[in-house]
Design a protein around this ligand. Structure first.
Ligand code: FEO
Length: 400
């Protein structure tokens, strides 16, 4: 059982860590686990903000009772209905039969499919509505599609806390350090970007709208549904979400290749070597068959300069490269600069399909694509000189 954490007077974090699940949403690896956060405010009226995933380890109800004692729970605010946060709503409803659920019209619609009609146990709120609990006052802001259509955020104006649903969340369980008084953003930055890009990345425009709507609030503490509570570094975390949702990248480069018999792999290594030779450091190289898609998406979110290489496969690009390209189209990431290359034995297809991706994505091609027939002979490798020159020049100019 985890410990309840007091984050302000009368405000508690009662989240649980999950290190058992291998794949978040049954698709994204979480080698460092994840936390599902729930918050409880004890005041003249008591309010729970979101629950945790059904069956999460830890005696969730015991922890609520530890804070409330014999008192009743008056409200359950449902900021987000995705089951990693709504999974224990049924349990709370059974234990506290008079609790009122607070959400918006879309929350009610989605809840219907999970709990049935709650009648007058559901209290609908609209954008800007407030609710006094005593010393604490909750203000509700609709932030649709960050990350589901019903998503809203709740601002507590006495302690200046924003309960932000998935926003400002991260993969990674909290190893005894539930707030940034005890940990540092540096510990989470990579996993936060992987979480943002894979889970919320498609909704960057809606994240921007939410940030604009909330910009006038004085936020002292960010209480996301995943990861630590951010106070000391709240501004930096908001800054990262702002940057990523604007598709802004670092002046960095990544090479991702698909290769069956190491010919395209050899070319990827050759390009990386030529980059280093030209003074471009920090280039990362990944094999699409070895590194999980989620890390590749996160790396492309990080880097402005993206080099994609594919062997030909059934007169097309390699299937896992196709998955990566289709994922990027699905997320709609913009503002990247692209180089493409590949190899074939006859007929081609890899580079041809990557050209189509370049057109569909709108990413600017930094140079003419290079496709080699056969293996990495010195004559074939020499064909990469113009690509290396053009890309290195771009990166060096961008870094100035
Ligand atoms: Fe953490 Fe969209 O749920």
């Amino acid at each position: 059982m985890q410990t309840n954490v007091s984050i302000a007077e009368g405000v508690y974090l009662i989240g649980v860590n999950d290190r058992r699940t291998a794949l978040f949403e049954n698709i994204w690896p979480i080698p460092y686990g994840v936390s599902y956060n729930s918050y409880l405010i004890r005041d003249d009226k008591c309010a729970l903000l979101d629950t945790v995933e059904f069956g999460s380890e830890g005696a969730y109800l015991d922890r609520i009772e530890e804070i409330l004692g014999e008192r009743e729970l008056d409200y359950l605010v449902v900021n987000h209905m995705e089951p990693d946060h709504s999974g224990e709503i049924g349990t709370v409803l059974k234990r506290y039969p008079s609790v009122k659920l607070i959400g918006n019209a879309m929350t009610r619609k989605i809840l219907l499919g999970y709990t049935g009609d709650l009648g007058d146990r559901f209290m609908e709120v609209k954008d800007g509505d407030s609710l006094s609990l005593g010393k604490h006052t909750l203000h509700f802001y609709m932030t649709p599609w960050v990350h589901w259509p019903e998503t809203m955020m709740t601002y507590e104006s006495t302690e200046k806390i924003l309960f932000s649903a998935d926003a400002f969340g991260t993969f990674g369980a909290t190893d005894g350090a539930m707030t940034d008084a005890l940990t540092d953003l540096a510990e989470y930055r990579e996993e936060m970007r992987r979480y943002y890009s894979n889970i919320v990345g498609k909704y960057g425009g809606m994240v921007q709208k939410a940030l604009a709507k909330l910009s006038s609030l004085d936020v002292k503490t960010l209480c996301s549904l995943h990861g630590p509570v951010w106070s000391r570094q709240a501004g930096e975390v908001i800054g990262l979400y702002d940057k990523w949702s604007r598709c802004e990248a670092d002046e960095e480069a990544v090479i991702i290749y698909a290769s069956m018999y190491n010919n395209t792999a050899h070319m990827a290594n050759h390009i990386a070597d030529r980059m280093a030779e030209r003074g471009v450091t920090g280039v990362k190289v990944y094999d699409v068959s070895k590194t999980h898609l989620s890390y590749l998406i996160s790396e492309i979110w990080r880097c402005r300069y993206v080099m994609l290489g594919s062997c030909a496969y059934n007169a097309d690009m390699f299937p896992l490269m196709e998955l990566l390209c289709n994922s990027m189209l699905h997320y709609g990431l913009k503002n990247r600069e692209l180089a493409i290359f590949g190899s074939c034995s006859f007929g081609g297809g890899g580079v041809r399909s990557l050209r189509k991706f370049a057109e569909a994505s709108g990413w600017e091609l930094m140079c003419e694509p290079v496709e080699v027939t056969g293996t990495a002979t010195p004559a074939n490798l020499a064909k990469f000189e113009p690509l290396a020159d053009a890309v290195a020049e771009r990166i060096k100019a961008g870094r100035k």
